[in-house]
Design a protein around this ligand. Structure first.
Ligand SMILES: [Zn+2]
Length: 289
């Protein structure tokens, strides 16, 4: 009886390239299943739903790691009205704020594959909160702005579901322009998750080495954007192409290379803002008390 509560399997559903290779994780226990992240495109969401149905166990709850559509789009299809959807309060608030704008931005690109409605997580969590589902204890950890406006990760024993805090083997999304705080988060997480098995939002599971890899990538990306932009808040098309060439050489053969240019202006603006902030901070320091 005591064994029963600790036994579980982690199944992975990975979208194809049009769906950004995003992972949804299905944790199966004796009593039911728990889903981490809800995928992006309706064809993947339906396939994921069929995969869950084929386990012939109830869906006990869904967690959303962060407020990007490739992690929340499938919620209205996957989670019935009675199924609780958990997220950090700031993740839920961000989804509520951006979901309609994301649909306006991306439905013309993805057409019928983009859902017509969204669902905001209804079970709002704070960092350190523990949720018990199917005999398992999930702990939520908030990170603040990093890859998105609001990131978090979940731990279950020695497993960590890290959302997009690291992309493992693909080019990352940088278009929210929080690379500085993302780097700070990676520094903290490398110690906090040492020894854990990390399940990323994109790419294969691995160890904390993927956090160090993400850190190196972001350092290179920021350095290259900074060199090309030279203080300007945007890049020219030619500079964006050069950035893409540099980062493609940095991560040879990696998919989602169109994301390199997608985030260029956001990071240029971020770096331009940092120069202003640092100058302001330096001025404050020299004012006599
Ligand atoms: Zn993602």
């Amino acid at each position: 009886m005591s064994d029963r509560t600790s036994e579980y399997r982690v199944h992975t559903y990975t979208a194809a390239e049009p769906g950004l290779f995003v992972n949804s994780y299905v944790i199966e226990t004796a009593e039911g299943v728990v889903l981490v992240d809800a995928n992006l495109l309706l064809s993947d969401v339906r396939a994921l739903s069929a995969r869950i149905a084929a386990l012939h166990k109830p869906l006990l709850g869904v967690f959303v790691t962060h407020a990007h559509p490739d992690h929340f789009n499938g919620l209205p299809v996957l989670a019935g009205d009675g199924v609780p959807v958990y997220a950090a309060a700031e993740v839920a608030d961000t989804i509520a704020r951006i979901a309609d704008a994301k649909r306006v931005q991306w439905q013309p690109v993805y057409g019928d594959e983009w859902p017509d409605r969204h669902r905001v997580p209804d079970r709002r969590l704070s960092t350190g909160d523990v949720v018990e589902l199917g005999g398992l204890r999930f702990t939520l950890h908030t990170v603040g702005a990093a890859e998105s406006e609001a990131d978090s990760y979940l731990t279950l024993d020695h497993h960590a579901f890290i959302g997009d805090l690291a992309f493992h083997g693909t080019h990352p999304y940088t278009a929210d322009g929080h690379t500085r705080s993302w780097l700070a988060a990676l520094d903290t997480l490398t110690g906090a998750l040492d020894g854990a098995v990390l399940y990323p939002g994109h790419g294969a599971p691995g160890d904390v080495g993927m956090l160090a890899d993400q850190r190196r990538y972001l350092m290179m990306y920021r350095a290259t954007v900074g060199r090309l932009a030279a203080g300007a808040p945007t890049l020219t098309d030619a500079q964006r192409e050069e950035l893409t060439a540099v980062m493609t050489r940095f991560l040879p053969g990696a998919p989602l290379s169109w994301m390199i240019g997608l985030g260029a202006d956001a990071v240029a603006a971020e770096l331009a803002g940092e120069v202003t902030d640092d100058a302001g901070a330096a001025q404050i320091e020299v004012v006599p008390a």
